[in-house]
Design a protein around this ligand. Structure first.
Ligand SMILES: C[S@@+](CC[C@H](N)C(=O)[O-])C[C@H]1O[C@@H](n2cnc3c(N)ncnc32)[C@H](O)[C@@H]1O
Length: 214
């Protein structure tokens, strides 16, 4: 059986990614990231970025927002702190090393929880979604952008085959969106309000889950 992702694999993977992350992933994820922030700005002003990485989104928010970022990886957060250094982004209020499975915030602390390219690689995605929902105020939104893998056909078979090789890179290429739909359905207080493939290549999906107001 294929070993699943865990905390230590992730920390090792992102210690390797940190020095090259902006150069390799910055341009690839730029458009999707902007769509996520546009959605978060509508839900704001108190934003939590889970798996904030090196803070590539900071410039897309402004002083009307209060952005908190957390990440499991110390080297990634160190880069985010460097980016925010010198008061360049006064709306970035806090950057903490923290595991998304155990968020150190009170219930209903944020209006939007953003997770960009994170949910498919955490050890227990449903638990992370539960934590995101817990810290979200009623009426607030969890906003995800990600590549979600094919549900069926040859592409699905290929992605399943790649899983073994992708683990050391901290990837889980067999993750399907249906898993998140099942999570929302099981909870009852969360609804999927938007799911759309993003231009230009439709490789990434934006998904918005809203916490019911009552
Ligand atoms: C692909 S990067 C995305 C970074 C950033 N969101 C972006 O779009 O550039 C995934 C990030 O999730 C973080 N991560 C993985 N597992 C995590 C966890 N359990 N708790 C918090 N962050 C986690 C990684 O350390 C990494 O920085």
């Amino acid at each position: 059986m294929l070993a699943d992702l865990d905390r230590s694999t992730m920390q090792k993977a992102y210690a390797r990614w940190a020095p090259v992350y902006d150069a390799l992933c910055g341009p690839v994820f730029l458009n999707a990231r902007r769509h996520a922030v546009a959605a978060a700005r509508k839900a704001g002003p108190r934003i939590l970025e889970v798996g904030v990485g090196t803070g590539l989104s900071f410039g897309d928010y402004d002083e009307r927002f209060e952005v908190t970022g957390i990440d499991l990886s110390e080297p990634m957060i160190a880069r985010a702190r460097e980016r925010a250094g010198g008061g360049r982004f006064p709306h970035v209020k806090a950057l903490e090393v923290m595991d998304a499975h155990r968020l150190g915030f009170g219930d209903a602390s944020f209006d939007a929880v953003v997770a960009q390219f994170v949910i498919t690689l955490v050890e227990d995605p449903e638990r992370v979604m539960d934590e995101c929902a817990r810290v979200l105020a009623p009426g607030g939104e969890i906003i995800l952008v990600n590549h979600f893998y094919s549900e069926r056909g040859l592409a699905a078979k290929l992605e399943d085959g790649l899983a073994r090789h992708a683990r050391p890179l901290g990837l889980r290429p067999e993750f399907r969106f249906g898993r998140l739909e099942a999570w929302a359905e099981a909870r009852g207080d969360i609804e999927l309000v938007e799911r759309r493939k993003l231009p230009p290549l439709r490789a990434f999906t934006l998904a918005r889950f809203r916490k019911r107001a009552s």
